[in-house]
Ligand binder design. Structure first.
Ligand code: CP
Length: 311
């Protein structure tokens, strides 16, 4: 396919396997326009008038769910909010039957989070409308990676040749997997670092290391990941004090990275575990900026899967 042609967009956002760099770049440009909408006194445009979007969450969320719901409302869509915990899935209804039930009610796009990997991929075969993956098990969290890339570009400019160090529980992290797909597509070099028990055997697009100093050396940005205790089998983590001793991002260790290298964390964070608490609130931290950017990025995603590029 011609990389320079005006990109059309995949109907779904499950991961980045069907996406090309031009499409990602175009989506990030749309997110920039959405930032401008969000800076207005009246943060509302009619782009999705008449569409109904469902957030279908089988796992807890604060950032992803609320920012998607706000994103849809800012573009004048109707929003329905489904929580697995208080739904008929507790009576044994399957994912498929649940989603097909929602489809009969005229949903135009599904934003789906599950603890099981692969459900969004199955859902896009069961449904006739766009499916956006809001996180499936360990596998993918593409909108988190998009907002991370948007935030990194806002701070660092073009990511070509930039070294991004991702530190923590890489094994259980869908954020690491999606960033490992997306950031190299934008030209960045990704180094993923953690204790041996929390690293996968391989992670395409990244260099894996257990050596924190090596990972942080000359890094242009550092991203710490949450220790995902809910996904860990017993015995993978030495002890919290040992993890902190070896892998917590501290002010002292951040000096191994480039001067002023920013610090990211997708949240929710275990304060004083992945990051020294003071660093999370320091001027180096982009944690709150990531959250703010999430809304604009998710507006862009909804716009592209539902309306598509007009030019
Ligand atoms: N980063 C992220 O996915 O956060 P939530 O679980 O709060 O949505």
């Amino acid at each position: 396919m011609n990389e320079t042609a005006t990109p059309s967009f995949p109907k779904h956002l499950l991961d980045f396997q069907d996406w090309r760099r031009t499409q990602v770049e175009s989506l990030l440009e749309t997110a920039q326009m959405m930032q401008e909408v969000l800076a207005r006194p009246v943060k509302k445009v009619p782009a999705l008038t008449g569409f109904t979007v469902a957030t279908v969450f089988f796992e807890p969320s604060t950032r992803t769910r609320i920012s998607f719901e706000l994103a849809a409302r800012r573009m004048s869509a109707d929003v329905v909010s489904f929580s697995g915990a208080v739904s008929s899935t507790t009576k044994g209804e399957t994912y498929r039957d649940t989603l097909r039930t929602l489809e009969q009610m005229g949903i135009d796009a599904y934003i789906l989070r599950t603890d099981a990997a692969g459900v969004p991929h199955q859902a896009h075969r069961w449904l006739h409308k766009p499916v956006i993956n809001a996180g499936d098990g360990w596998r993918a969290h593409p909108t988190q990676a998009l907002l991370d890339a948007f935030t990194l570009r806002e701070k660092l400019g073009d990511l070509e040749g930039k070294k991004i160090a991702i530190v923590g529980d890489i094994l259980h992290s869908r954020v690491a997997r999606s960033n490992a797909e997306l950031l190299p597509m934008l030209g960045a070099k990704v180094v993923a670092c953690g204790p041996a028990t929390l690293l996968p055997g391989s992670l395409p697009g990244t260099t894996l290391t257990t050596n924190l100093k090596e990972a942080l050396a000359e890094a242009d940005a550092v991203m710490a990941l949450r220790l995902q205790k809910e996904r860990m089998d017993k015995g993978l983590l030495p002890s919290l004090p040992e993890y902190i001793a070896g892998y917590q991002i501290t002010e002292e260790r951040l000096r191994w990275a480039r001067p002023q290298a920013p610090l990211l964390h997708p949240g929710p964070m275990n304060r004083d575990v992945e990051l020294e608490g003071t660093l999370a609130d320091s001027p180096r931290s982009l944690v709150e900026r990531q959250v703010a950017n999430g809304q604009a990025v998710r507006m862009a995603v909804l716009y592209h899967v539902l309306v598509g590029k007009k030019s």
